[in-house]
Design a protein around this ligand. Structure first.
Ligand code: SF4
Ligand code: MG
Length: 321
């Protein structure tokens, strides 16, 4: 598969200002040098503990937040080279759906207005044509077309997420960043929304970047999975390879936290202790060294390279080299 997105040395540092002159005194390194590709038509899962930079990554990938450094090449074009107007028309192709659909839906707008708004903004449809398109979109996400006249508060969490998906789909995007789209939903509803996303991907040829902390949901939906730690990537591989043959101690630790029925699989569990260090002053060398049970002297001094060790299995660790 060809790459729809190439990410090169992508960084997002949020300045921290202080003192009487409000000068920048430090920064939060939320995203700190990412290099990876997203293949056309795949679902790339993005996992890691909260605070590791997943959501910020999703936003800088779509330029909903400006990156501090680096490139995001979408179909051969670095989106950070585009001016505002060019970016606006490209925004159509790159959409995002959020964890809390209620917060992203305007409570004073009807569902029809919410889904129809992007059609108006991008000049794709108006009037009756727009209304027809809204009804089609509602039908596509499994909602009744006559729901267009109702307001968001009249719907359940799962239905609201469907409305959010319909709104994202309105502009015929190629790539959708799904930021924890089912985390706030009941387990039974989660499966329905995941199934819907999979059906839509099949039908429309969509590419997904699927951000989540639930590793079993990610395994279900993803083709490949990337593991983030403190704004960097620890490991990336095909999902079965990653779950069955993890290399990076952090990935192993995350997977160890999933209960497994087979006691044999428990024998080399890694218990993750302590919290994620502050992204303001991340640890030197390998940023995982303060929590890694295998850390050696070199880990504190030298940053391990994130590289392909064969068959598209990438990881950054001195130990496994
Ligand atoms: Fe652990 Fe060192 Fe590997 Fe980092 S580089 S994950 S500290 S062994
Ligand atoms: Mg998040």
């Amino acid at each position: 598969k060809d790459a729809i997105l190439e990410v090169k040395n992508l960084k997002k540092h949020f300045p921290i200002k202080g003192g009487i002159f409000k000068r920048q005194i430090n920064s939060v390194k939320a995203v700190d040098g990412l290099n990876f590709e997203v293949k056309r038509g795949e679902t790339l899962g993005l996992v890691g503990e909260s605070g590791c930079g997943k959501s910020t990554t999703g936003k800088v990938l779509l330029r909903l937040l400006e990156a501090t450094e680096g490139e995001v090449v979408f179909e051969g074009q670095n989106i950070y080279d585009l001016d505002k107007k060019e970016m606006r028309s490209l925004r159509r192709e790159m959409q995002m759906i959020f964890q809390d659909p209620y917060a992203s839906l305007n409570p004073r707008m009807t569902v029809g207005e919410i889904i129809g708004e992007p059609l108006e903004i991008h000049g794709l449809a108006s009037g009756q044509e727009k209304e027809k398109r809204v009804r089609e979109l509602l039908d596509k996400v499994g909602l009744q077309p006559n729901y267009a006249n109702r307001y968001p508060h009249e719907f359940s969490g799962g239905q609201r997420q469907r409305i959010g998906i319909a709104r994202a789909l309105a502009v015929n995007p190629k790539i959708i960043v799904c930021d924890e789209p089912v985390s706030a939903l009941d387990v039974s509803i989660q499966a329905q929304v995941i199934n819907l996303l999979e059906e839509l991907q099949e039908e429309l040829g969509l590419t997904y970047i699927f951000i989540a902390h639930d590793l079993s949901v990610v395994r279900h939906i993803s083709d490949r999975v990337a593991v983030m730690y403190l704004g960097e990537m620890a490991e990336l591989a095909d999902k079965d390879e990653l779950y069955e043959n993890p290399k990076h101690p952090y990935t192993k630790a995350l997977l160890s936290a999933i209960p497994v029925p087979n006691p044999e699989a428990n024998k080399d569990r890694i218990l993750l202790e302590g919290d994620v260090p502050s992204p303001i002053n991340p640890p030197s060398g390998c940023s995982f060294h303060t929590r890694c049970p295998f850390a050696k002297e070199i880990c504190k001094k030298k940053t391990p390279q994130f590289k392909d060790t064969g068959d598209g299995h990438f990881y950054a660790c001195h130990l496994v080299e």
